[in-house]
Design a protein around this ligand. Structure first.
Ligand code: ACM
Ligand code: ZN
Length: 491
């Protein structure tokens, strides 16, 4: 149920007494209370950590010329600063007396960016992290390997970036056009650059989770090291130039595949301190495994009757390897196929069903359903996207994002397995960072509100009002290219 009225009316922006004003804050804080006289926006902000508060909780107090922020940790203080920034953006020089108490509902509040279909510079990635921070999200899921490009430098396997980071050309127009631009396209991140991104994010209390795809979405890796594919070293694997799901996957029956993945993950773990490592697992066709002597021999040896068990075998092998390093795997909901260990966290993307099933089995879940949080989908509500730049398709207006119920069909025990929610920004049709901003903003605001205060969601019009008054001034001052037509609906 949405709360009918959400926003506390406090004294006017400025000093007392004056006409009441609604403070425009997204996500809607847990509680907002008018207190005393306000303060100048330029007043010194006193901060402190109070371990009695929950780790990311904060209390922001503006009273009688003073501004204080108390956080359960430095992260909590930082989230309090984001709220203050929204109040200042709305009110300007003087801000009203107010006590805000807030605490996120979910410990995992993520945004993903695909830097493979199109490559984004370190500065652009940092700008994405700034957007995440503004919305008080705390995870950046960095999609780093794909059919169309391998992005992270791996010292043990230099061909991954020498060969795998560049595709010969790129599809022009929508899938099926059969037109290509004839221009090589590529890019990669050095290990120093990735460390720099991790540090930048950590300064904003954001964890970077790297994703290394297996066993599918592996064309760029196989173009670099063809001996790791079922068709072997002679087969002309290539970095793909169009979009979709490809039959070329890692050979699960070749022990060198496991060695390769482990060595890659050694370097990835060195760079990324996150507890979670994302191992992909989605959209891996099994046709090649059916025909491959190595894969079939392994199935026989292990007594497997279905190729899905090979996927499960590979994922659990990698899970054990990472567990020895103190890391946990997270993977797309296909990791449930063929059986998954209880300790794997499932990222539900094909709607919420995979996540619901996983939570019922006792696995932890991050909900990132394409029905609500695929920010590559069109956003005017027009499934043809007539007004919008070319996109992959879909139909995901802001109002729909805002309606997601993360706990649908779950009992109290099962609800505890929903660790968080995330939006995904796939970039097949999104070639520039301006366009990324256009797809993500303002929909990221809906994600943020559900991540912080799902029960405190308001009537939709009130939510839009808060975006317009509390967030758009910041988007504008930072030059973010938000989608102006996102607020309208064509149902
Ligand atoms: C996905 O969208 N293939 C996870
Ligand atoms: Zn094979």
């Amino acid at each position: 149920m949405l709360a009918a009225v959400a926003l506390m009316v406090v004294s006017a922006c400025g000093s007392e007494p004056a006409a009441p004003v609604k403070l425009a804050i997204v996500p809607n804080p847990v509680s907002v209370e008018a207190i005393g006289r306000g303060a100048k926006a330029t007043a010194n902000v006193k901060t402190r950590v109070d371990a009695k508060l929950a780790p990311e909780a904060y209390e922001l107090r503006v009273k009688n010329g003073r501004i204080t922020i108390k956080g359960g940790s430095e992260a909590g203080v930082f989230w309090g600063r984001q709220t203050l920034a929204q109040i200042v953006a709305q009110c300007g020089e003087r801000i009203p007396g107010v006590l805000i108490k807030d605490e996120p509902a979910f410990a995992y509040r993520g945004a993903h960016l695909d830097c493979c279909r199109h490559f984004f510079s370190v500065d652009e990635v940092k700008s994405f992290i700034d957007m995440i921070a503004l919305h008080k999200l705390n995870v950046f899921h960095w999609h780093l390997t794909e059919d169309q490009g391998w992005r992270p430098e791996i010292k043990a396997y230099p061909r991954l970036t020498e060969v795998g980071s560049v595709r010969a050309e790129t599809l022009v127009g929508h899938y099926g056009s059969n037109q290509y631009d004839g221009t090589p396209y590529g890019g990669f991140y050095t290990q120093d650059q990735m460390r720099d991104v991790v540090k930048y994010a950590a300064e904003r209390f954001i964890t970077v989770i790297p994703e290394i795809e297996m066993p599918g979405h592996a064309s760029a890796a196989l173009a670099s090291y063809p001996e790791l594919g079922c068709r072997g070293a002679e087969y002309p694997y290539k970095v793909q130039t169009t979009w979709g799901v490809f039959p070329e996957v890692f050979c699960a029956g070749n022990p060198e595949t496991v060695t390769f993945l482990e060595k890659v993950l050694d370097e990835i773990c060195d760079i990324f301190p996150s507890e979670y490592i994302h191992i992909g697992g989605d959209e891996a066709p099994r046709d090649e495994w059916e025909k491959c002597p190595k894969c079939q021999a392994l199935m026989k040896e292990k007594g497997f009757t279905r190729e899905a068990e090979l996927q499960s075998y590979l994922i659990t092998t990698i899970e054990k390897y990472l567990a020895d390093k103190g890391r946990k795997i997270i993977g797309w909901d296909e990791i449930l196929d063929g059986g998954v260990s209880q300790s794997a966290t499932v990222m539900s993307w094909r709607g919420a069903q995979g996540g619901i099933a996983a939570a019922k089995m006792g696995n932890d879940v991050v909900m990132t359903p394409n029905s609500h949080f695929y920010f590559d989908y069109y956003q005017t509500g027009d499934p043809r996207g007539n007004e919008e730049p070319l996109g992959i398709g879909g139909n995901l207006p802001l109002r729909k994002c805002y309606s997601f119920d993360p706990f649908d069909q779950l009992n109290e025990n099962e609800k505890a397995h929903i660790k968080g929610i995330q939006a995904n920004m796939w970039t097949e049709y999104v070639a520039t960072f301006d366009h990324v901003q256009h797809m993500v903003l303002p929909r990221m605001a809906a994600l943020a509100e559900i991540a912080w205060n799902p029960d405190g969601r308001t009537e939709y019009d009130d939510f839009v009002d808060r975006i317009v008054n509390g967030l758009l001034p910041i988007y504008t001052s930072r030059g973010y290219n938000y989608a102006p037509y996102a607020f309208k609906d064509i149902e």
